[in-house]
Each structure stands twice: as structure tokens, then as C-alpha cells.
Ligand binder design. Sequence first.
Ligand code: TYM
Length: 334
Amino acid sequence: MLGDKKILYSGMQATGTLTLGNYLGALKNWVTLNEEYECIYGVMDLHSLTVRQVPAEFRKNARSLYALYVAAGLDPEKNCIYYQSHVSGHAELSWILGCFTYMGELNRMTQFKDKASKHADNVNAGLYTYPVLMAADILLYQADVVPVGVDQKQHLEITRDIAQRFNAVYGDVLTVPEAYIPKAGAKIMSLQDPQKKMSKSDENANATILLLDDRDSILRKFKRAVTDSGSEVRYAADKPGISNLMEIYGCVAGKDMAAVEQEFDGKGYGEFKTAVGEAVADHLKPLQARYQELMTDKAYLDAMIKQNDEKAQGYAVKTLRKVQKKVGLTERIR
Ligand code: TYM
């Protein structure tokens, strides 16, 4: 709790550009929840190091992510939007929390297993301890709520377990956070294979809508989206392709599935796919325009980054000092 508001914390990896999945599963909800909470959002650049990055490209992507948060509607004057690597407390708390995490727990993480199989030549220790750093991110800011897509649920559960384990020894030190997973949009699927999550790293460019895709690409990708047998626009388990498109449409049009079915009653897949493409392109247009503006305003972004680094540092150091003291590390002499 900061003032009389509860704390919301979230972040995204600073690799590549965001997908429509990142947006509908997380970023869009951050904006919706924004007024209700004291909000802190990280550009998670340390997590991105678990996969080898090209330094110049990586720096550009991190800045682009910062600008996308702002372009989506998060005001950096009101919210704390900062770079994870600029606050050393993340790495420091991560070490301490690592001593409260069991290898058996980390072995069960599905994201680790998945990433390890995709990068078999670089199964590094960072990939393995990734959830501990994520727990440190969240617990450092004493977050009450963490809005994420469904793929991060397991990481939120381990964060809660670590916090409870720590508190059981040292008293009420860390806030045990709740995941906020939206009812719609929590798992947007690939447009080319509706059994697979939409992902930045998909080799098939048609599978993923990127937030910065131009209108023509968005329309083309939706037109090429894989659908199911039959011809009805209906939300059903045996129609994974159409159901995914319906979910996307529902999120951007603010409609539930029954309303979407009704709107496209008697209309074919072709017409529906065109409508989804247009709705998404229209929805993203203001965000894209604002993003382009921000990327040319170097002074503004730099000022926001500086100001928020200091703010984040201020929050983080409080928890870190408390934790260090509780575990018995010697206090600094002033
Ligand atoms: P990341 O960068 O993979 O994804 C960022 C957010 O987007 C959501 N998401 C999706 N939602 C719906 N459909 C999809 N296809 C889809 N793909 C991604 C993710 O669930 C996530 O909310 N480990 C985190 C980053 C992180 C973090 C944190 C998040 C690091 N520290 C602390 C919250 C709190 C990650 O890799 O997200």
C-alpha cells in the first residue's frame, strides 16, 4: 500500500517488438486498471539476457518498449515506468530469494522447460533462475496485484510461495501478490496454428500480429488466418481458430462472445476475418501514431526515464534494506 492505493506491478521482456498477445493479455489491462492502483511497470531487460542479444538492437528494443507503454496510455508522470537494470535491488533481492527457492520448484517451471528445449545450445543458469528474479521484481515493490497473461500464472504462484516461505521465518515482511488474469485475451493464439500461443519468436510472420505492423499487414495476416471447418462464426472448443479471432475481436470492440456471434450471424468466415483485421488496425492506429511521436522526442523520454529510475530506486531500497536486516546482514555504518 502506497498512500491509500494498492500497488500494481508488471513488466515485459525487452526483446523484439510487442505482439497483439502481449497487448491484449497485459498492456491493455494495465491501462484499464491504471486509475485504481499506484502503478509500477518495468522494462524487463535483465530477463531478456537469458537469451543472447545483439547489444545495439537490444538497447533499441528496450527504448521502444518504454515508448510503447507510454503510447498505450500509461502516463510516465503519474506511473513509475522504469528499466529493471537501473535498479540494482532486483539483482540483490533475487540472490537472497534464491536461497529461499528449491530446485525442485524451479524444475517444474513449464516456461523453463519450453525455453530450454528451444535454446538447447544455451541452457544457462539465468534461464533456470528466471522465476526468482521475477519474484524479486514483484516483491521488491510490495505489489498487491500483478496483471499478466495466463502463461505467467505459474511464475506468480512461485512468487507467492517464496514470499510466504520468507514471511513464515521473518514475520510479515513481503506482501503476497495476487495475479490478475483477464477473462478475455489472457491467451491469444497464433493465427497460423490456434493450438500454439501467439509469440514474438514465431518463425512464421503470418502467425503473429505485431503492435507496430502497418494496416495492410494486419489486414493481410487476418485474411490468411487459419479457420476451422464449417462456416458459422461461433465460440466453441471445436472451433479454435474462429474462437481465437472472436476473442481478439471481442477485446478490441469491447463485446462478449454472445454479442460477437450475434453481430456475425449469417455472415461467412471471409467477411468476419476482414472485420477483425479492420477493428484491430483501427484500434492500434492512435497507439502507433503516439509511438512515432514519442520516438522522435528524445528529451522527453530521457527525462521520464531519469525521473522514474529515481522513483523506482526509492521504492525498492526500502524493501531491500528491510529484507537485508531481517536475514541478519550487517547494516551499513553512516
Ligand atoms: P513476456 O515479456 O513474455 O510477456 C509480457 C506479458 O504479455 C503476456 N502475453 C500474452 N498474453 C496473452 N496472449 C499471448 N499470446 C501472450 N504472450 C504474452 C504475458 O503473460 C505477460 O503478461 N516473465 C515475464 C516478464 C516479467 C514480469 C515480471 C511480469 C519479468 N518480471 C514481474 C510481471 C511481473 C515475461 O516474460 O513476459
